[in-house]
Design a protein around this ligand. Sequence first.
Ligand code: ADP
Ligand code: MG
Length: 311
Amino acid sequence: MNPQPASWRLTYELARGQGVSMRKGDVAERNADANELYERSVALGALRTALDAARNGHGQLIFVCGEAGAGKSALLRRFAHDIDGTARLLWGDCDPLFTPSPLGPFLDIADQLAGEFGELVKKGARPPRLVHALMRELGAGSVDVVVIDDLQWADEASLDLLELVGRRIGRVPALVVGSFRDDEIGPAHPLRTVLGRLATAPVTRLSLAPLSRDTVALMAARYGVDEGLLFENTGGNPFFVTEALSCGADRVPPTVRDAVLAAAGDDRDHAFGRQPDGSRGTRRRGPGSPRPLSGLRCPGSGGGPHGPVQA
Ligand SMILES: Nc1ncnc2c1ncn2[C@@H]1O[C@H](COP(=O)(O)OP(=O)(O)O)[C@@H](O)[C@H]1O
Ligand SMILES: [Mg+2]
């Protein structure tokens, strides 16, 4: 169970908004294995197997799902890196806009394609027309990998096109991978409808679970931080584990929000109750400082079971 989903997402978006996730270089400086993806070999293996099938003409659609920070984009970037040169990669992002552009992620993809599909997308053609052009495009080369990240934010035209592609994907040498936050799409979300309609298509779903206690302990040991505290405060969510570790040894933040504030820089001292001279003191709050949210914990930190990565 996710005890405080709204606070959790807010914290994650705050981190994103402040560019915290761009600070991974800090982690890399401290940890030679910073780019290592733990516990994702099954998911990567499933993606590789699907790509092999696509190469043999049996295209597939795979959905990678998990909560914010579960490591969906990191997994897809790693897969894209691993296949470099052996398949054509087309990547589209969905953005969290109040007014999402029609076909937003496919506009990204159109920029990566010179042919008819790209032209039609830019002209504003509708999904039933676009799907044929896209199928021709996907069938033309050796094998294509199409990634659409963050489908929970996709506009409806993109979802229509994805559904049309999903129904035809078995006939072309292409692997289409879409990611989404499965805890953010309620029963009325249009993506749910698409998932339901694709029930009979060649579709696989990979669920990314939080990192296990053993893995979090391994990561904690490299930084010399308390493994129990790190797991307790992050629930094994990879984003928060790495953010917490980026705060440095001995300073596991008490809440995920503190991890974010600390990683964002200005509030580092505030978040850890440190005085400007570096000593620990009473937690202080200056004018304009955010109010502390008591008891904020990551999903999963309440001890509920998490499903394994399914391939
Ligand atoms: N399997 C993993 N092992 C270690 N760190 C990970 C793993 N997956 C993700 N991370 C870290 O967590 C951060 C957030 O992952 P990201 O892929 O952006 O999450 P999502 O796309 O699911 O919101 C990444 O930048 C990476 O540093
Ligand atoms: Mg992502």
